[in-house]
Ligand binder design. Structure first.
Ligand code: ADP
Ligand code: CDP
Length: 250
């Protein structure tokens, strides 16, 4: 058996039949590509990537996390990125507010309680909303996941749920002094139940105690791109474009 097998393949490879050797080379190439892809995937400790093209090759969602204090301008900048750079903006807060309003939602009351208290909704709810939204967005170039992960529970839940499904390209961190952020939220005028002094105090505390350590964690992994957002939207956006351009080159 062994001899015949070798004999047959040898004959195909070296018989001078161009079509036979061509198919053989293609098969070897395909096997090589398959094995090198799975090797790279299995050696990645956390689902982060460098460039959008890498995640597209792997058939995964390409993600940029957008973090910063409440009112630092995350939503405003994400809207501009979506408009000009083709990323889809997914705000965790907006998704939670929509779920809170959805008729028949079993989580409405729980979400409202967390939003008013400035505390963080359990990740199972938020991550499911984000994953659903990504899956329903068609072939997006990438997603701006705004306001997530906001604490340890968010980060662990994401890693558990999304490893192998999404690659985090980098973390866009909009840094801004808290008093300015608070003033912006008080002036936001969107009728939000949490844009009042009492809720804002709790939201800032949650940011300092729970979200900032997550940003530090990403910083240690070299994933944070900080842009100072105590400036005009145009100035911030110009720096943000530079960050995306740099990321595209890697
Ligand atoms: N660079 C900026 N300068 C002044 N006001 C801003 C700036 N960016 C956003 N705002 C305003 O501040 C408020 C909060 O911005 P928003 O984008 O909703 O922040 P976040 O999503 O971080 O909570 C909004 O009313 C927005 O219009
Ligand atoms: N990952 C997230 C994001 C928001 N939220 C809740 O939604 C509220 C509003 O978040 P947001 O991102 O819309 O607004 P900002 O606080 O950034 O202005 C937060 O204070 C949390 O109560 C959450 O629980 N988990």
């Amino acid at each position: 058996m062994e001899g015949r097998k070798h004999g047959t393949s040898d004959k195909n490879l070296f018989s001078g039949d161009p079509s036979a050797s061509h198919y053989m080379v293609l098969a070897v190439l395909r096997a090589f590509i398959r094995s090198s892809r799975s090797l790279r995937l299995s050696t990645l400790p956390f689902s982060h990537s460098t460039s959008p093209s890498t995640s597209i090759l792997r058939n995964m969602h390409n993600v940029v996390f957008v973090l910063g204090p409440p009112g630092s301008g995350k939503g405003t900048i994400c809207a501009k990125i979506q408009e000009n750079l083709g990323y889809v903006h997914l705000s965790a807060g907006d998704l939670l507010r929509a779920e809170r309003q959805r008729e028949g939602s079993e989580f409405g009351a729980l979400i409202e309680q967390h939003i008013r208290n400035g505390s963080i909704v359990p990740v199972e709810i938020t991550c499911a909303l984000l994953e659903n939204a990504m899956n329903n967005s068609g072939d997006a170039k990438g997603f701006l996941v705004d306001g997530f992960p906001r604490n340890e529970d968010n980060l662990q839940g994401w890693n558990k749920q999304m490893t192998g499904k999404a690659l985090v390209q980098f973390v866009l961190f909009l840094s801004c002094p808290v008093p300015i952020c608070i003033q912006r939220c008080l002036n936001r005028g969107q009728g939000r139940t949490d844009d009042n002094e009492e809720s804002l105090k709790k939201r800032v505390e949650t940011y300092n105690r729970q979200t900032f350590p997550i940003i530090e964690h990403f910083e240690k992994n070299g994933l944070v791109r900080e842009v100072k957002s105590e400036r005009s939207v145009e100035e911030i956006y110009a720096d943000v474009v530079e960050v995306f351009n740099q990321a595209a080159k890697v």
